[in-house]
Every structure is written in C-alpha cells, then in structure tokens.
Design a protein around this ligand. Structure first.
Ligand SMILES: [Zn+2]
Ligand SMILES: [Zn+2]
Length: 310
C-alpha cells in the first residue's frame, strides 16, 4: 500500500484498529451511491499520529486518535453555523468520500479527530466511533423515554443498551425472529426483555430506535410505542417503509431519522462512555479478513462489533 501524504491540517495515522460498520456494507453493496473510487472503506478508526501535515496544532506525533464518519464540513453554511454540521450539504465522510481505515495508514483532518479515553484499548475503542456515537445521538433523540425498545441488537445496540440502562431506562431488545443467541447477548447486558421483532413487547414503550436496516420495522415499532412516543430510524439506509394506517401514528407519535454525527456528539459521548463504563465486545479480524468480517455482519453472525486489527 502506498502511504498517503497528509495535506494542510491533516495528520497521517498509522491504523491500529478499524471497526466494521453496517454502513460499510451499504457502501460496498452500492446502496450508497456516491463513493469515491477507488475507495478504502472504514470509518471507526483508532490509530496513532505518524506525521503532521502543515499547520497541524491539535495533535503531536505519537498521539492516539480516533477518526469517525464525519470527515469534513464546509463550516460556512446555515447548518454548519447552527450546530447541525451533520446536515452540511457539502460534508464528506470517512470511508465513503475520503479513504478510510481498512488499511495500514490513513490521513484525516485534525479538526474531525477525537482523543480516545485512556481506559479503552484500540480494539475496544474502535466500535465507539460510529456504533457508539451515532447510537448515542439516536438515543438522545428519544428524549427522556423510560421504556426504550432497540430493534436490531448489533454493534450499536450493544453499546447503547449499556448507556440507556445506566441512565435508568428499561431496555427492550428486539432481534431477528428466532435469534436466541442475540437475545441471550442482550440479556447479559441487562435488558429487561429480549425477543423477536415479530413479538410485541410485554408493555408499551415510550420510544424505540430502529438500528436494523429494515423498513418494515418502522410500523412494527410504531405499534409498540405509547401515545407521544418516538421511533428513531438510526441507520443511513433502510429498505422501503411499507404504508401503514394512520391510527398507529395518531396520538402524537413521531417518526424521525438520525443523520451522521456532529463533533459535539463525539465529545459528549467520549466523556460519557468511561463513566458508564461502556464495555464493547470487539470481535477481532486480521486486515486481510475484511471481506469475511463484512460477510459475517451481513449474515447476522456477530454478537458485538467486528474490528479489523492491523
Ligand atoms: Zn456546511
Ligand atoms: Zn458507521
């Protein structure tokens, strides 16, 4: 691999670990249609700064940094200037429009890198960079919901269940029907109920987050939430949402999406995670096993987060 050269304001990073996200699947499968080509995927990167581009002042050589999905924003549009840089129309994303972390080296804009809490190893920290912090943004969108449903119990849900529980919420985990391994994993993490997404929860919920990329779960989740409840669609891509009767939306129920992250989300989440403390279940793969990791994710074989280790 050719080692990239950091431009102004960029750092060259020696990649230590890069977690595998469902968005990577959407990119390689062509569900997301505007990748740079050729592309190095991967947007949950932990590594150490190897060299500094001109003008870098936030980091020194040797510092450990994390690189998330949000890789660059314009800084000038109405969204960037109102704490909604996640919605910047010119934003560029790591492992999509910027080469990412499925490699030995990558470059990143210093302004979009995070310091990583010292209590986490590289491999434990990597899943925090998307599953953790976009999951956390999704959790914030549920407000003070006490009874919280999580549809799809993968990398994001296994982190967010821990945060929600620590906040005093009751968590209900919905897995693929019959996936008793994932249900057992959810119970280990302290959810009060785990079952298939074809089952109703034992009581109505105040909010639900749909992590699975399955549009038919939106009306399913609406049926599971109480009046005034919110259903958050957390993924970047979802199969079509089927039509549904108005009465399951009635009662001021809300359906909303979550898009990307802001740097403030990352700072807030990295301050919070060690307090919970969030423990990630990282499943290590060698860099040359990236396709195997993607296949295992696609097939639903992972209890936790796949992480490529350089
Ligand atoms: Zn902007
Ligand atoms: Zn991601």
């Amino acid at each position: 691999m050719k080692v990239p050269t950091p431009g102004p304001g960029q750092v060259l990073i020696r990649v230590h670990a890069c977690a595998v996200c469902r968005t990577d699947l959407h990119v390689v499968d062509g569900d997301l249609t505007e990748p740079k080509l050729p592309l190095v995927p991967g947007h949950e990167i932990v590594g150490s700064v190897a060299t500094l581009g001109p003008g870098v002042d936030r980091f020194a050589v040797g510092d450990r940094v994390g690189v998330p999905w949000l890789g660059w924003t314009c800084g000038e549009c109405e969204f960037c200037r109102s704490n909604h840089e996640n919605l910047c129309a010119q934003a560029r994303f790591t492992g999509y429009q910027i080469d990412g972390g499925y490699g030995e080296f990558t470059v990143a804009d210093q302004r979009f890198c995070f310091a990583i809490p010292a209590t986490y190893s590289d491999i434990e920290a990597a899943p925090l960079l998307c599953a953790g912090l976009i999951g956390y943004r999704s959790l914030r969108m549920t407000g003070d919901a006490r009874r919280l449903g999580l549809y799809g119990f993968g990398a994001a849900a296994h982190i967010i269940a821990q945060v929600a529980r620590w906040q005093g919420r009751r968590v209900y985990a919905f897995t693929s029907p019959g996936d008793t391994d994932a249900q057992a994993f959810a119970r280990e993490l302290g959810v009060v109920w785990a079952g298939g997404s074809d089952q109703p929860p034992p009581e109505l919920l105040d909010a639900a987050i749909v992590f699975a990329p399955v549009g038919s779960l939106v009306p399913t989740a609406l049926r599971a939430v109480e009046r005034g409840g919110t259903v958050v669609c957390a993924g970047i891509h979802m199969s079509p949402i089927p039509s549904f009767p108005h009465d399951i939306l009635w009662g001021e129920r809300v359906v909303r999406s979550v898009a990307n992250l802001t740097r403030a989300d990352g700072e807030a989440f990295f301050a919070l995670a060690p307090k919970v403390p969030v423990k990630t279940r990282a499943l290590p793969y060698g860099l040359e096993q990236a396709n195997q990791a993607l296949d295992d994710l696609r097939a639903g074989r992972l209890q936790g987060a796949a992480v490529l280790v350089a």
